[in-house]
Design a protein around this ligand. Structure first.
Ligand SMILES: [Zn+2]
Length: 188
């Protein structure tokens, strides 16, 4: 049985800067999101490494960058995070917000403190949606209301974010009258 997620409001992303006093810097980007980290990576004068999650591409990447595929990053990052020195910062850039928070969760599980994890504003409005009725998780949701593929209920995509699932919470919008179909709106 799944536990009910902790409900928190929408994440806020503050500007990220490099703290040169930190001993080790680890940069992680979802494929296609490295350009948002690029300046920070170049400015960082300390010991640093960078991982791109996705298919190896012909994109020009600076020295010290590695590719890792989406199937194996959980285990690899779990080990990598556990070996980081106490004085370390992690920088995460994603196309999808769910990616950023999946990595955040791995880092917390490995013992990093929240203030060591620097998250950049995700590039797309795609949300992972958590259905509060049947617990189905759906990736890439960009509009509301959205029909849950699990229980077929029409869900209002709320701004409340579950850090447990890296997902936004969806509740049935027309519970009283399932024939009442409100117009679709694009999510911000
Ligand atoms: Zn559902």
């Amino acid at each position: 049985m799944q536990t009910v997620p902790t409900i928190k409001s929408r994440p806020v992303y503050s500007p990220v800067e490099i703290d040169q006093a930190v001993q080790q810097h680890l940069f992680i980007a979802e494929e296609g999101a490295f350009p948002t980290l690029s300046d920070l990576y170049q400015d960082c004068e300390g010991e640093k490494s960078c991982w791109i999650v996705g298919q190896e591409s012909a994109d020009k990447l600076p020295k010290g960058c590695h590719f890792i595929d989406a199937q194996s990053f959980e285990e690899a990052f779990g080990e990598l995070f556990a070996k980081l020195p106490i004085s370390s910062n992690l920088y995460i850039a994603g196309i999808r917000e769910a990616f950023v928070w999946d990595i955040h969760k791995l880092a917390i599980q490995a013992g990093l403190a929240p203030e060591q994890i620097k998250k950049l504003q995700p590039l797309s409005n795609e949300r992972r949606l958590f259905c509060t009725h049947c617990y189905t998780l759906t990736e890439g949701v960009t509009y509301t209301p959205f029909e849950c593929p699990g229980c077929k209920r029409l869900l209002l995509v709320r701004d409340h974010f579950s850090r447990l699932h890296s997902a936004y919470v969806g509740v049935q919008i027309n519970a009283e009258d399932p024939n009442d179909i409100p117009p679709k709106e694009e999510l911000s």
